[in-house]
Design a protein around this ligand. Structure first.
Ligand code: 5GP
Ligand code: ZN
Length: 114
């Protein structure tokens, strides 16, 4: 999808700070970080929202959460704590329609979220 911001980042057409990549996932720093660690875990394949997942995507989504846990550990936040978030559609504030798992850590994160 050439009009998708995250597809363009994954293709290297738009610069981003790369944190990790493998055959299924690309992880970049968020451009507007909301915590000392704020990265976006992106599947290489375009999927617009969580509503579009199928059973065939179960392993992919599992790998996104396992990557979040591994990155939290790499950055020393696995015991202090961290948050993972998928925003879905308008009321949750989804602004880029290519699924992405936010990983936030490094400060006390309040609950409930805004
Ligand atoms: P959403 O609001 O869809 O859950 O999250 C989109 C995220 O993408 C936001 O946290 C926003 O800061 C981030 N973002 C928007 N444009 C860019 C960009 O060009 N590069 C990077 N690395 N992040 C971006
Ligand atoms: Zn995309």
């Amino acid at each position: 999808m050439s009009d998708c911001l995250f597809c363009r980042i994954i293709a290297g057409e738009i610069p981003a700070t790369l944190v990790h990549q493998d055959e299924r996932l690309v992880v970049v720093k968020d451009l507007n970080p909301q915590a000392p660690l704020h990265v976006l875990i992106l599947p290489r394949r375009h999927i617009a929202t969580l509503n579009d997942l199928t059973p065939d995507d179960d392993a992919l989504v599992g790998s996104m959460f396992r990557r979040a846990a591994a990155l939290a550990k790499d950055h020393g936040y696995h015991e202090r704590g961290y948050r993972t978030v998928f925003n879905v559609n308008r009321e949750a504030g989804q602004s880029v329609f290519h699924i992405h798992l936010h990983l936030l850590a490094g400060r006390a994160l309040t609950w409930p979220p805004g």
